[in-house]
Design a protein around this ligand. Structure first.
Ligand code: 13P
Length: 243
C-alpha cells in the first residue's frame, strides 16, 4: 500500500533557526528519507528546506498566475520552483481565497502553469460554517471543483485537499462520515467530468496526533494537510509516524 501523503503547511510562520532546529530533529528520528512527508514553508526558506531536507518533499504555498519569466514584480513562477525540486504547490487555500480574493479563473491559470512544468498542484477546497449549516455544501464544493473542467492541460494529475473552513485552526473536525461523504463527492465529480484524471484526496483542518489514525483509515483518503500541528515537532512526528 502506498504511504500516505503528509503535507505540513507552515503558513506565514517559521524562521531560519526554527527550520534548522525542527528539520534536524526530523532527520534524527524515523522520518528521514520520507518523500511522502512534504514541507510547505514560506518562500524565503525554500533553499534552506532543501539543504537540510534529508529526503523530505518540498512544496510551496502559492504560485504566480503568470508563467515563465518576465516583468511581473513580486511574482514567483512555476518554472522557478522547478529549479528547487519543488514537487507540490498549494493552490486556492481558503485563507488566500478570503484575504486576496482568489477566484476560479485565477486559480485555473495557476493550475495550468504548475501542471505544464510537472509540479503537482494541491487544490484546496472547503466550505464556510454558514454553507455547511444551510445544507448546500455539496453544491458549493462542486462549484469550487468546476474549474477543473475548464483547464487547458494534456494530462490532469493533481491532489485535492478538502479543508472545511470551520475546521481550520478551530480544534473542530468533521465526523469521519462527513469527511467520507466529501471524499466520495470529489472522486465521483472527477470521474464524471474527467474520466482520465488522476487524483489523490487529502483532508485538512485541525489534524492532530490524536485524530490522525481515524482520518487515515477513511477509504480513498490519500493523506492530510496539516497546519498548526506541523509547527510542533512532537505532534508532527506522531502524525507522520501514522502514515
Ligand atoms: P490547521 O491544521 O491549523 O487547522 O490548519 C489547516 C490548514 O489550513 C492547512 O492548510
Amino acid at each position: 500500500m502506498a504511504k500516505k501523503l503528509i503535507v505540513a503547511n507552515w503558513k506565514m510562520n517559521g524562521s531560519i533557526a526554527k527550520i534548522e532546529h525542527d528539520l534536524s530533529v526530523y532527520k534524527t528520528n524515523a522520518l528521514t528519507n520520507s518523500p511522502n512527508v512534504v514541507f510547505a514553508l514560506p518562500m524565503p526558506y525554500l533553499y534552506q528546506t532543501i539543504d537540510l531536507g534529508a529526503g523530505f518533499g518540498v512544496a510551496c504555498q502559492d504560485i504566480s498566475q503568470f508563467c515563465g519569466f518576465g516583468a511581473y514584480t513580486g511574482e514567483i513562477s512555476a518554472a522557478m520552483l522547478l529549479e528547487f525540486n519543488v514537487k507540490y504547490t498549494l493552490v486556492g487555500h481558503s485563507e488566500r481565497r478570503a484575504a486576496i480574493g482568489e477566484d476560479n479563473s485565477l486559480l485555473a491559470k495557476k493550475l495550468e502553469n504548475l501542471i505544464s512544468v510537472g509540479i503537482t498542484p494541491i487544490l484546496c477546497i472547503g466550505e464556510p460554517r454558514s454553507i455547511r449549516d444551510s445544507g448546500k455544501y455539496q453544491g458549493f464544493l462542486i462549484d469550487q471543483l468546476s474549474l477543473l473542467t475548464s483547464l487547458n492541460v494534456e494530462v490532469l494529475e493533481l491532489v485535492i485537499a478538502y479543508e472545511p473552513i470551520w475546521a481550520i485552526g478551530t480544534g473542530k473536525t468533521p465526523t469521519i462520515e462527513e469527511i467520507t461523504e466529501i471524499v466520495n463527492l470529489i472522486h465521483s465529480f472527477v470521474q464524471k467530468t474527467s474520466a482520465h484524471a488522476k487524483i489523490l484526496v487529502l483532508y485538512g483542518g485541525s489534524v492532530t496526533g490524536k485524530n490522525i489514525a481515524d482520518i487515515l483509515h477513511i477509504p480513498e483518503i490519500a493523506g492530510v494537510l496539516v497546519g498548526g500541528a506541523s509547527l510542533k515537532v512532537d505532534e508532527f512526528t506522531a502524525i507522520c509516524t501514522e502514515a
